[in-house]
Design a protein around this ligand. Structure first.
Ligand code: ACO
Length: 333
């Protein structure tokens, strides 16, 4: 087995993407795996100079077959001591040391990029996920345990109306706005502040990350990246005195709109307690029903310690669907 470089314009990359798809099909057989086009778009972003994130890809190859996949993401504007690791082994080749070999390669690549901490996520549909045992075996520590919750659409209109009425009564003086894809220019700087707060205010357990650098330019870079990945993003937001004080985003892959992904939801600290999170989420759900009726399920991830967010999601009808754990390991210099 050899470990070789690859990337979105390499002939091996389709097989590299297939490792991920096979892993996802094995772990969650009733769901469509992430499309290859998504990996390609992310890969291009990583190798395009001047962006917020650099990165590199490796393929574990046995004979002519790609049996393992590694992607390293290297933040450039903040968290410059950290490398995010995506690592998978084709489920037809388990327990042959391929994962271990890719991990060794990860450490070498991260060190040579000047990184001193590795972070990786493990999808855990239920107990006994291979990634959990694998991370433990290699000395990683579990820094954050999140629950995945899914909402099946359409949501009962009575439930939405009742939640909305309560939220409107609790939030006099706030206006709700929605948009698709491009944040209106006058709200762009405020949106960057919300994204910055998201990196510090959402429960992050012991994951070794610092506040993210967010500004208008990075906001536009993210929007271009979502479009390149074939995603449309619906945003609901609350405005007071012309300033954005809360937002929530929903990502819909246009090639597979059945399953949408909840993005960041945040209410600025000084505006909490007015049911704004529920109100803007209801606004987005109405927008989805009107403009993207093919969406059948929304998945969201969050810590159970985040009681206000969990309460909103459960009131909307989200139900538990497994978990996601985040792991880290410090590298010795
Ligand atoms: N159950 C229990 N222990 C396991 C399992 C498992 N299913 N898989 C790996 N391990 C542990 C064992 O200690 C194993 O050593 P052993 O086989 O000698 O007992 C050791 O990890 C090394 O295993 P490898 O053979 O190198 O692992 P493999 O090539 O099968 O890949 C991986 C494991 C990457 C977890 C694979 O199952 C996978 O792709 N899962 C889905 C994606 C994922 O979870 N990625 C890991 C993220 S965590 C991280 O990157 C640090």
């Amino acid at each position: 087995m050899q470990i070789l470089g690859t990337g979105p314009d390499d002939e091996r990359f389709a097989a590299w993407c297939e490792v991920w798809a096979a892993t996802q099909r094995a772990d969650r057989p009733d769901e469509l795996p992430r499309p290859a086009s998504d990996h390609v778009a992310l890969g291009r972003r990583l190798v395009t100079p001047g962006g917020a994130m650099d990165g590199t890809h490796r393929a574990a190859v046995a004979g002519d077959t790609v049996v393992g996949a590694l992607r390293l993401l290297l933040p450039v504007l903040d968290n410059t001591t950290v490398a995010y690791v995506d690592l998978a082994v084709h489920p037809e080749h388990p327990r042959r040391g391929i994962g271990r070999a890719l991990l060794q390669q990860t450490e070498e690549l991260a060190r040579s990029a000047g990184r001193s901490a590795l972070i990786a996520e493990v999808d855990e549909p239920g107990p006994g996920a291979a990634g959990h045992a694998f991370a433990l075996r290699h000395g990683w520590s579990c820094d954050l345990q999140e629950t995945r919750r899914d909402l099946l659409l359409p949501v009962d209109e009575e439930r939405l109306s009742a939640l909305e009425a309560e939220a409107v009564a609790a939030g006099a003086g706030y206006e709700v706005v929605t948009w698709r894809d491009r944040t209106p220019e006058p709200l762009l700087d405020d949106r960057a502040l919300l994204n910055r707060r998201m990196s510090t205010d959402a429960p992050n357990g012991d994951v070794p990350v610092e506040e993210e650098h967010r500004d208008a330019a990075r906001g536009r870079e993210d929007e271009a990246a979502h479009a390149a990945r074939g995603r449309t993003v619906l945003t609901g937001a609350a405005v007071r005195d012309g300033r954005l004080v809360a937002s929530t985003a929903l990502h819909v892959p246009l090639a597979q709109p059945e399953r949408a992904h909840q993005g960041a939801t945040l209410v600025l600290r000084e505006h909490r307690g007015h049911r704004l999170a529920a109100r803007i989420k209801v606004a987005v759900l109405r927008e989805v029903a009107a403009t993207l009726p093919a969406v059948r399920r929304i998945s969201t991830y969050g810590s159970d310690s985040n009681r206000p967010m969990v309460a909103v999601n459960e009131a909307l009808g989200f139900r538990r669907a497994g978990g996601l754990s985040t792991w880290s390991r410090r590298l010795r210099p």
